[in-house]
Write a protein that binds this ligand. Sequence first.
Ligand code: GRF
Length: 218
Amino acid sequence: MVKIAVLASGRGSNFQAIIDSIENGYIKNAGLDILITDNKEAFAIKRAEKHGIDSVCLDPAKSGSKDEYFAGIAEMLSVRGIGLIALAGFMRIVRRPLINVFRNKIINIHPALLPAFPGLHGQRQALDYGVKLAGCTVHFVDEGMDTGPIIIQAAVPVFSDDSESSLSERILGYEHRIYPYAIRLFVEGRIEIMGRKVVIRDEEKELSNIMNPPPDVK
Ligand code: GRF
């Protein structure tokens, strides 16, 4: 049984996709232990309440330095026996005191095809650049900005009449698909990191699954 902590700052639709995937048995042998947010207004908190998941809001302004903030999170999650930390729209750069304690156990979803368009507003960056394929990436978190080993990606077309919001919505549908998939791979012990590369056991069958239309998670 892998205990999962989710860190989120806002809407939490990816958090919801993870909740649903555990509740409907897509991800087995895992439980959502706690939601940590840095924003007391985060809608993710309401989702946690609705599903009986503990949540805590940690205000960075009351936590000393950035390193102290993440050291506090590391301590809390260690005590709870967390085996996987999933960042889901967490609007802060995770720092070493957390990364060192949970090395290769922190994953993130990013709304672009990394290594293109890291950082904020990946979808807008893709539109502004004029690419014809955009998408999303689940990757391990290292000390860089969206630079860790890539677990899985999904691509979507960019159309000439796309706005930031229409493209974001198209990408989001696939985020909700690949994030639970990546968590399932992790929980099932099917992921091995070899340098920059992530090797996935029994991958093909699952990959064909993610090409199906994404479920409608709001
Ligand atoms: C998603 O687009 C995710 O890729 C990015 O932040 C957004 C969070 O959305 N990291 P939500 O809070 O999960 O709905």
